[in-house]
Structures are given as C-alpha cells and as structure tokens.
Design a protein around this ligand. Structure first.
Ligand SMILES: Nc1ncnc2c1ncn2[C@@H]1O[C@H](COP(=O)(O)OP(=O)(O)O)[C@@H](O)[C@H]1O
Ligand SMILES: [Mg+2]
Length: 231
C-alpha cells in the first residue's frame, strides 16, 4: 500500500478549478519531484494534500485511509509535514521557540534537529527575523521535523538561496530520505536539482500531469522536461 495515493483529484479555490483529475502515488521513503512553470498548480497540489485547498472531486489516501475530508490540522498530526514556500517563521520568537511550538511526540526533538542543522543550534537564541535566508529555510525544515512527519512536502526550498547553501540543504534532504526514513515531495524551479533528489517525478501543466516517471529517466531525457518548464 502506498504511503500517499491521490486518485483523480480535482481541487481549487472558490469556483476556480486548479488541479484537475490528477493521480499519483508515493511509497514510504520515496522522493517525488513536482515540476512545472509558474502558475501551473504546484503549490495548489501541495495545499490540497495538506487540506488547505477546496476539494472538488477524487480522493487522497494516507496509508490507505481516505483523508479527503480530514481537516488540515489533523493531517499534520497524521504525519504530513509542510514546509511552505514563505517559510512562515515567527519573527518575534527565537529559533528555539519556533522549533518548540511545532513539537509533537516522536524521535525528532530539539537534539535531533540540531544534529541535522548545527547552524540552528548556534543561532538558537536569535530572533526569527534575524536569520539569513538559508537559516530561515533550515528552521522551516527543522520545524516540520519537530512534528515527526513521515512525509515532508517542500515548496521551492532552494528559492533565493546561494549555491553553497543549496548544496548543503540538498545533502541534508538526501540524508533525511535515504537514512532517516522520510518520504519527500519537492516542488522546485531548479528541475535538475529536484530530480537528483527524487526517485519519481511528475511534471504539471495547467493542473494536469503531462510527464511522469522515474526521476532518473527524466534526467537522462531532460528535453522531455524542458519543454514544460522555463530553463
Ligand atoms: N488563494 C488563491 N485563490 C485563487 N486562485 C489562486 C490562489 N492561489 C493560487 N491561485 C491560482 O491557482 C493557479 C495555480 O497557482 P499555484 O498553485 O500557486 O501555481 P505554482 O505553485 O505552480 O506556481 C494560478 O492560476 C493562481 O493564480
Ligand atoms: Mg508555487
């Protein structure tokens, strides 16, 4: 049974359909890259999985359980860890307070998060608004880890970051998936980076999947991806 299975999902906002008749599945420990131009519905797909978009048709299964009608706060309790594009750091809380407010029972507490991101430990008394972009992204991921999820959904985690920080984050995400047992969904403009970090890939255009397959295949045949994205 897949960890996450989406069947013929249609979602949007108000009357507007954004995601249309979309199906995909993700196993435990697997990585999925979601690619596509601006405005094709990548964030909406993530919000739909998290329960923040309007459900119109189809279903989302988590460990075989239909969660289509499950409210967002319960989905995070079930093990869906959301790392939003805006990072949503509390500016007037310290790094450590930002982490503590997210804590849920499980192996990932402050100690383990600080082991993954030593920089956050060094900065633990800094206010959220005194962090660099890279540190904010580490904190956003660290906060998701504090909820002890089984799946991390990352929306453009590398956006606006210096190459050396991107490399560091990529190594961390690779480690989390390969050695710490997290499944990942990575939405990225940097398609090749996302494909390298994933097992499977889906390319979206106007709310539908237009290319889908093993990430390695799409990397080898990158022309298939290129025509759907800005490179
Ligand atoms: N809160 C919202 N209300 C209405 N329409 C929205 C909202 N958020 C996004 N959209 C629309 O949904 C479409 C897909 O947006 P989005 O999922 O953000 O795409 P992407 O993440 O691929 O750039 C766009 O046409 C966008 O204008
Ligand atoms: Mg987006």
């Amino acid at each position: 049974m897949p960890l996450l299975e989406i069947r013929n999902l249609t979602t949007g906002y108000g009357d507007a359909v954004v995601i249309e008749d979309l199906s995909l599945a993700l196993d435990e420990n697997q990585g999925l890259a979601v690619l596509g131009r601006n405005g094709v519905g990548k964030t909406t797909l993530m919000l739909s999985i998290m329960g923040h978009a309007k459900h119109m048709a189809g279903a989302i299964f988590w460990n075989g359980q239909d969660i289509s009608a499950t409210p967002a706060y319960l989905r995070s309790q079930l093990g869906l860890g959301w790392v939003p594009q805006e990072r949503d750091i509390f500016p007037s809380l310290t790094v450590e307070e930002n982490l503590r407010v997210a804590a849920r029972p499980g192996p990932y507490g402050l100690d383990k998060v600080y082991r993954v991101f030593p920089r956050l430990q060094e900065r633990r008394r800094n206010m959220g608004d005194k962090l660099s972009g890279g540190e904010q992204q580490m904190l956003a991921i660290g906060r998701a880890l504090m909820t002890n999820p089984r799946l991390l959904l990352l929306d453009e985690p590398f956006e606006g970051l210096a190459p050396v920080i991107v490399q560091e984050l990529e190594a961390t995400l690779d480690h989390l998936r390969r050695h710490e047992g997290f499944a990942t969904i990575i939405v990225e403009q940097r398609a090749e980076d996302a494909l390298r970090l994933s097992d499977e890939a889906a390319v979206l255009d106007r709310g539908r999947i237009v290319e889908q397959g093993p990430a390695g295949h799409l990397l080898q045949d990158f022309d298939r991806v290129k025509k759907w994205i800005a490179v």
